[in-house]
Design a protein. Structure first.
Length: 176
C-alpha cells in the first residue's frame, strides 16, 4: 500500500467518524416535543360563481394539543384581481378540537371566466394546514343569449330578402 492510498484511507475514516458523531440539527429530542396537529377542510371543495355573484364555503379546522392558541386564515393561488375574499372571522381562538369558519368568495365584474384551484390556509403558531378549493367562474349572461340575437338578425334579413317590399300594382293605361 502506497503513502497516498494510506492517507486517503485515513482521511475517509476520519470524515466518516466526524460525520457520524456530528449532531443532527433537524432531529429534536422526543421528550421536548408535544404531538400536535392541525387540519383544515372546505365544504364544498368546488364552487361555481357567476361574475358579480358570490359563494359561501364552510371551513372546518381540526386541532389536537393546540387548544387556546389562535388560528388565522389566508389564501394562496387566487388571481391578483377580480376576487374579494372574506373570512368570518379571519382569526379565532382554538377552544375545541373543531372550529368552524366561513369564507365568502366574490367574483367582481373584473373577474374573467376561468377555472382554477387555490389553497385555503389555516395557520396556528408554527403549524399550517391547507385545503384545496376549486373555483369556476362563468359569465353573468348565458352564452346562448348572444347566439339567439344573431339568429334573430339573420331571420329578419332573410325574410326581407325573400319576401321583399310589396309594390302597388298600377293599371296600365294605353296612350291613343
Amino acid at each position: 500500500m502506497s503513502k497516498c492510498d494510506l492517507r486517503l484511507l485515513v482521511s475517509v475514516v476520519c470524515v466518516a467518524l466526524l460525520l457520524h458523531a456530528w449532531p443532527n440539527p433537524i432531529v429534536l429530542p422526543s421528550s421536548n416535543v408535544a404531538a400536535s396537529s392541525l387540519g383544515l377542510s372546505a365544504d364544498p371543495s368546488a364552487v361555481t360563481i357567476k361574475v358579480g355573484d358570490s359563494a359561501r364555503v364552510n371551513l372546518t379546522t381540526t386541532s389536537t394539543n393546540v387548544s387556546g392558541s389562535q388560528v388565522c386564515f389566508a389564501e394562496e393561488g387566487f388571481p391578483s384581481s377580480g376576487f374579494n375574499l372574506t373570512f368570518l372571522p379571519e382569526c379565532t381562538s382554538l377552544q375545541q378540537s373543531v372550529t368552524k369558519t366561513m369564507l365568502i368568495v366574490e367574483a367582481t365584474p373584473a373577474a374573467a371566466p376561468q377555472n382554477f384551484t387555490a389553497a385555503i390556509l389555516a395557520t396556528s403558531g408554527n403549524e399550517t394546514a391547507s385545503a384545496p378549493l376549486t373555483i369556476t367562474v362563468i359569465p353573468a349572461i348565458s352564452p346562448w343569449i348572444p347566439w339567439l340575437g344573431i339568429l334573430l338578425f339573420f331571420a329578419v334579413i332573410g325574410l326581407a330578402l325573400f319576401v321583399g317590399p310589396r309594390r302597388s300594382k298600377k293599371s296600365k293605361t294605353t296612350n291613343p
